[in-house]
Each structure stands twice: as C-alpha cells, then as structure tokens.
Write a protein that binds this ligand. Structure first.
Ligand code: GRF
Length: 214
C-alpha cells in the first residue's frame, strides 16, 4: 500500500512551462474531482505561465533554478526543504524539464508521478520531450499514440505505469495538431491518476500497478 490511508493529497507540482496540466489539476480540485490541496508549485525558471496560474489560485511558488546551486546535493536539499516547509506529501511532475535529484525521488518514492505524452515504453527516455515526441511518432507512421501517467524512478520515463490512454493518429496530423489532441487527454488523465492515490487505491506489485475497485 502506498499512501497509507484515504486522505486529500498535499500536492506539490513541478513545471517548467505553460502549466496546462497544473491548471487542469487546479480545475479538477475546484470541481471536486480531485481530492487534493495544491500546496506548492516548484519551477526552475521565472516568468512562465505556470507561475501566473499558481498566483491566481493563491498557490505558493518556489523558483529554484538548479544552476543557482553549487552542487546537485545542494539543489536536492533545497527542494526537500521547501517541500517539507509546505507539508507536501505527494509530487506531480507536469512538464518539468530538469532531472529530479535521486534524493528527492527517493524521499517521495511511490508518491511522485510524471505524465508523458506518448504510450511508454515507446517514444520515451532522454531526448524524447515536447514536439520531438510527436514528430517521432509521425515519422514512424504510428496509427496510435497516447498518454502515460507513471510513477517516477531514478531514470527518465521508466517507472511503473499507473494509467494510459490511447489517442488515434490522423493521416493529416502535424506534430502540433497531434500534441494538441494528446494534451486534451492529459488534462483528464492526470487528475484521474492522482485521484486514485487520494483514494488509496494504488497497489504496487514489482513494477506492475494494480488498482483496487472503488
Ligand atoms: C505535456 O505534454 C506533458 O506530457 C509533458 O510536458 C507537457 C507539459 O505541458 N511532460 P503543460 O506545461 O502542462 O502545458
């Protein structure tokens, strides 16, 4: 069992860009579809739209550029400190482009999710981010792509899969049009995956995730 008991998640979100997934989480929380309290947004850069979304929703923001720290250890320490200060007990990576230090992954083991805009293990790993993923899917001639929400482990995109949803590829898709359709699916799949943790329905067996009936 991973989250202990059924309780609102004290959710910290990491984002590096537009934060539309973060926005979708806030919306799901507001609509009562996600039992979570957004306690913190962590970004690696100032001036991004995710920060505006946080400010509008009165969610505290920490801007922590890894380059501002003398070592990865110091960066990890700062992240752990700010997460603890805000009492975060669950982490959602939502378009965060920096690597999370191993100490932080370890501290939030089984309590840190990531979303990937493809059906892992295809089109994942280092180098597969943003438009490149959708370009590669189209170049490969895939008929189907999709969205994966997975637990975070020490590598990129390799952790246990929690939810996946397919998205059909259309013959006239461009990387942009495909990305837009995939993103729509992300916006409902991420809150849905988080809610499974809030309801304490996720069981990990080796690297397989089992979901208990509600
Ligand atoms: C999403 O496509 C997500 O899957 C990927 O980065 C993108 C973030 O978009 N990891 P947004 O910042 O949530 O709009």
């Amino acid at each position: 069992m991973m989250h202990g008991s059924s309780a609102p998640l004290r959710l910290a979100v990491f984002a590096s860009g537009g934060g539309s997934n973060f926005g979708a989480m806030l919306k799901a929380i507001g609509a009562g579809r996600l039992d979570a309290e957004p306690v913190l947004l962590i970004t690696d850069r100032p001036g991004i739209s995710a920060i505006e979304k946080a400010e509008r929703a009165e969610v505290p923001v920490a801007v922590l550029p890894p380059s501002g720290f003398a070592s990865e250890g110091a960066f990890a320490e700062a992240l752990l400190e700010v997460l603890a200060q805000h009492g975060a007990d669950f982490v959602a990576l939502a378009g965060y482009l920096k690597k999370i230090p191993a100490e932080v992954v370890q501290a939030y083991r089984h309590r840190m999710l990531n979303i990937h805009p493809a059906l892992l293990p295809a089109f994942g790993g280092k180098g597969f981010y943003g438009q490149r993923i959708h370009e590669a899917v189209l170049e490969h001639g895939c008929r189907v792509t999709g969205v994966t929400v997975h637990l975070v482990d020490a590598e990129y995109d390799t952790g246990p899969i929690v939810l996946q949803e397919p998205v059909p590829v259309k013959q006239d898709d461009t990387p942009r049009s495909l990305a837009a359709r995939v993103l729509q699916v992300e916006h409902h799949l991420y809150p849905k995956a988080l809610q499974l943790f809030a309801e304490d329905r996720v069981i990990l067996e080796d690297r397989r995730v089992l979901i208990r009936e509600a």
